[in-house]
Write a protein that binds this ligand. Structure first.
Ligand code: IPE
Ligand code: IPE
Ligand code: MG
Length: 252
């Protein structure tokens, strides 16, 4: 057995996270390390997306959310933004058969309208084509930021209160969660960030209130299935107390 297979045997299939979210970071640094232009890092990063998505589907994880492009990423040099959009379009078309083969349903969160029309069309088509798939839900965060999403939800709530369809006293956690782009999804159990940065960068701030955080210095293009398994094993070794004390959990 190789290291990947050994790690796989250590995963407890009874205690899988239902939802894993990943901040895929470090493509640019990977390219630099290899003396290449940043775009080569992004292209290599797509290979990692392919590997990790298949591994997650195979393990029976229900939701995998990948942070692909943030609201703040629009501020990168125009050339990089354009090339990333092109890469997204190519990737989604190329990967649709893989999604079908693995019974994966594609979903997106974020301000899709801000993407070039060609990218929007490709994503919408892929979402339609995979809509009946019942396995892993692959959620791609595109032009997404948590604060953008919270502003949007707040505006919607204000409109509903104003029109009389929602009472102020009925605004509770569920009412807010229902108006976020992730409505209907369980909160992430595990949030992984690659590349050694120790920050959240405006990702799923509401939803990650109680997520377990896992940071690795591994750059995203170098993130292997074995590294992914290691993150899952680490997660399974944690005690999620949700504010309670250890003894309370053992009596359940
Ligand atoms: C993550 O890699 C991909 C995106 C944000 C689109 P980066 O491009 O941020 O890589 P680094 O952080 O510069 O190494
Ligand atoms: C976060 O990565 C966004 C994505 C992975 C899409 P960044 O590389 O943009 O994050 P910061 O700005 O360095 O925190
Ligand atoms: Mg980065």
């Amino acid at each position: 057995m190789d290291n990947e297979q050994i790690a796989k045997t250590k995963i407890d299939r009874e205690r899988m996270p239902r939802h894993v979210a990943i901040i895929m970071d470090g493509n640019g640094r990977w390219a630099k390390q290899h003396g290449l232009a940043r775009m080569f890092g992004h292209r290599q990063g797509v290979e990692t997306v392919h590997r990790i998505t298949e591994a997650a589907a195979e393990l029976g994880i229900r939701y995998l959310t990948l942070y692909a492009f943030s609201t703040e990423n629009w501020n990168r040099p125009q050339q990089e933004v354009d090339a990333l959009m092109e890469l997204l379009v190519d990737t989604i078309a190329k990967e649709t058969p893989t999604l079908m083969k693995n019974n994966i349903r594609l979903l997106t969160i974020g301000d899709l309208e801000r993407l070039p029309k060609s990218a929007q069309d490709k994503f919408r088509l892929c979402m339609e084509q995979t809509a009946a798939n019942t396995g892993l839900r692959l959620v791609i965060a595109l032009s997404y930021s948590a604060r953008w999403e919270m502003i949007r939800a707040t505006q919607q709530i204000a409109r509903e209160v104003q029109s009389g369809t929602l009472r102020t006293e009925d605004i509770d956690e569920a009412a807010i969660a229902d108006r976020l782009t992730t409505h209907g999804m369980p909160d992430p159990d595990l949030l992984i960030r690659t590349s050694g940065e120790l920050r959240i960068s405006n990702f799923l701030l509401w939803q990650c209130a109680y997520s377990e955080l896992y940071f690795t210095s591994c750059l995203w293009p170098d993130f292997t299935v074995e590294e992914f398994y290691k993150a899952l094993i680490d997660y399974q070794g944690r005690e999620r107390r949700f504010g309670k004390i250890s003894e309370q959990l053992k009596t359940i």
